[in-house]
Design a protein around this ligand. Structure first.
Ligand code: CP
Ligand code: NVA
Length: 306
């Protein structure tokens, strides 16, 4: 992670970056960074093509907490490639703000934005990755289990953006990853090839002796038209008490939220004693403060090319 540069995927991070982010996150969480305002006088645009509760609020609070200001542009405000070309949005934004957090439908649009803007662009979720989520999740696991080494993390559900970010993380950190998805909904083959992830169509196989059971929605934002078909195909991919019994006794149950009880997770399990979903949600804030601190901003003479 280079100062003033983008954060698009966990694949971009070095081992030291990841360690620094976790150390800093702990310092933020435990109040060791008082009167620390590295973003003082700096502004960030949050450009979101899809709805958001956690990502938006945790970024706005993180940026404000670090002394900066944020401007939220929701679905319908800036329409990548429809109202105007992505590269034009980038070259306008860099003249106003010192960084951008973007949530886009298309990962290609995020890459285009990052390529054209002189200010850092942070991925707030695309159809391919959700890196800030998984960095927060890893920090949560570290808090609870102290070490990632040798842990079995089982992702049960859709091989989509969150699962893809787990695969990216598995190429950098010493845990074992198993992903169970219905046939045709497995994570991207070219990503799987890069990692040592076990992909199966059996939720039971993935859950067996797992230290962490993780899931995500069956119908992601933008896939609403596929809802009927997906509900059928994912029917047996729910984290419920039967799956929970197969995992280790001290298993952590995780979900990026929003959760659909009765679909990817049962009410009993998400409300049960193994669930750490709200610690996960909280940790988005601390981890994003760390990411923002590591990235920082670029000096004005580099920000606006004349
Ligand atoms: N987990 C997550 O990113 O939540 P939001 O979609 O509410 O931001
Ligand atoms: N896979 C989900 C994640 C939400 C945080 C989606 O893209 O809608």
């Amino acid at each position: 992670m280079v100062k003033g540069k983008d954060f698009i995927s966990i694949l971009d991070l070095g081992k030291k970056d990841i360690e620094d982010i976790f150390t800093l996150s702990g310092e933020f969480k435990h109040g060791k960074k008082k009167n620390f305002f590295p973003l003082s006088g700096k502004f960030f645009a949050l450009i979101f093509e899809k709805p958001s509760t956690r990502t938006r609020v945790s970024f706005e609070v993180a940026i404000g907490g670090l002394g900066g200001g944020s401007i939220y542009l929701g679905p319908g405000d800036i329409q990548f490639g429809r109202r105007e070309p992505v590269k034009d949005i980038a070259r306008v934004m860099e003249r106003y703000v010192h960084g951008i957090v973007a949530r886009t439908f298309s990962h290609k649009h995020l890459l285009e934005l990052a390529g054209a803007a002189s200010v850092p662009v942070i991925n707030g979720l695309t159809d391919l990755f959700h890196p800030c989520q998984v960095m927060g999740d890893l920090f949560t696991i570290l808090e609870k289990k102290k070490n990632l080494k040798g842990l079995k993390i089982a992702f049960i559900g859709d091989g989509n953006n969150v699962a893809n970010s787990w695969i990216a993380a598995s190429t950098k950190l010493p845990f074992h990853l198993s992903i169970a998805a219905p046939e045709g909904y497995e994570p991207k083959a070219e990503l799987v090839k890069k990692a040592k992830v076990k992909v199966t169509n059996s939720p039971e196989e993935a859950a067996k002796d797992a230290d962490v059971l993780y899931t995500d929605v069956w119908v992601s934002m933008g896939q609403e038209e596929e809802r009927k078909e997906r509900l059928k195909r994912f029917k047996y991919f729910q984290i419920d008490k039967h799956i929970l019994k197969l995992a280790k006794k001290d298993v952590l149950v995780m979900h990026c939220l929003p959760a659909h009880r009765g679909e990817e997770i049962s009410d009993g399990v998400i409300e049960g004693k193994h669930s750490v979903v709200f610690d996960q949600a909280e940790n988005r804030l601390h981890v994003q403060k760390a990411i923002l601190t590591k990235i920082g901003t670029v000096p004005d003479f580099l920000r606006v090319r004349r």
